[in-house]
Design a protein around this ligand. Structure first.
Ligand code: SAM
Length: 286
């Protein structure tokens, strides 16, 4: 695929849209959405409502998880013909737990022009008010939906030193907080940011158990959209502790908690009581 001789390719503008409050759209985003030749949107109905509220009329084409592979060729053709396209998602920044990756990787392959119009992103908004270290953070997006896989992933993240940022849907927020408490313990500092920039914006700060209790005590508090920010492990495990954990994980697949603790203590030189406590914690999170 290539441009006609003498035609310069158009630009794909990747445009952030509000995550709740419509006034958060930038003047440049509004003007670009009105000016491009085509808007590729995750959901054309929602995008149509947004464009109407912004006073723009524009041609829309859907580009979502299930049709992205097919739509990419169509969008590329428009760009190759010298016309400009905007990419938007339902809310926030496209590609951040939203569609668009396939399109952008094709544009990269063809070396076609792209330009970001930055703005809202729930992860960055939550991090900016969390009051937790923000010099390094790990954006994990959505955890697996199935409980076993989710706990396993949390266990992998347990000792990461960076602040962790998660997205969560209304359906699983209670389960995820319960899993967090079980795997990270009740005291790990966290911030739960709910419905940011909307009428019912709520920000709960505290240990995992406090936040969980406050959410449970807040009628309707488990409705809406959630971003979770969790402090990293301030004191990553020593080499000895990491070795004890590794040995226990292997043994727990074969023998009882008591036997695993006793064997692991013998193998690593750790105290029996420490080994037993850790073996129980590992067993709980499985
Ligand atoms: N691309 C978006 C962005 O830049 O933030 C994220 C899209 S992702 C499909 C949607 C998730 O973002 C929601 O399930 C929720 O976890 C988070 N989210 C979106 N809007 C939010 C809001 N107003 N307050 C808190 N979290 C929000």
């Amino acid at each position: 695929m290539s441009t006609q001789p003498g035609t310069l390719p158009g630009t794909l503008f990747v445009i952030a849209t509000p995550i709740g409050n419509l006034d958060d759209i930038s003047a440049r985003a509004r003007e670009t959405l009105a000016r491009v030749d085509l808007v590729a949107a995750e959901d054309t109905r929602r995008a149509g409502q947004l464009l109407t509220r912004l006073g723009c009329r524009n041609r829309l084409v859907s580009l979502h998880e299930h049709n992205e592979a097919d739509r990419v060729a169509e969008v590329l053709e428009v760009l190759m013909s010298g016309r400009n396209v905007a990419l938007i998602s339902d809310a926030g920044t496209p590609l951040i737990s939203d569609p668009g990756y396939r399109l952008l990787s094709e544009l990269r392959r063809h070396d076609l022009p792209v330009s970001p119009l930055p703005g809202c992103c729930a992860a960055v908004a939550a991090l900016s008010v969390a009051g937790l270290p923000s010099d390094r953070f790990l954006f994990e997006g959505f955890l697996p939906a199935k409980a076993g896989a989710r706990r396993k992933r949390l266990a992998e993240l347990l000792h990461r030193p960076e602040t962790l940022v998660l997205y969560e849907s209304v359906h699983r927020i209670r389960d995820v907080l319960a899993d967090l408490e079980q795997v990270f313990g009740p005291d790990r500092p966290m911030t739960l940011a709910r419905e940011l920039t909307k009428l019912h914006e709520t920000i709960h700060r505290g240990g995992v158990a406090d936040v969980r209790e406050r959410l449970a005590a807040d009628p309707g508090g488990d409705k809406g959209e959630f971003t979770l920010v969790i402090a990293g492990d301030a004191a990553p495990p020593s080499v000895e502790q990491a070795e004890l954990e590794r040995v226990l994980e292997v043994l727990l697949g074969e023998v009882s908690v008591r036997q695993a603790a006793s064997l692991a203590a013998g193998i690593t030189g750790a105290g029996r009581r420490d080994a037993y406590r850790l073996a129980n914690r590992i067993k709980d999170r499985e």
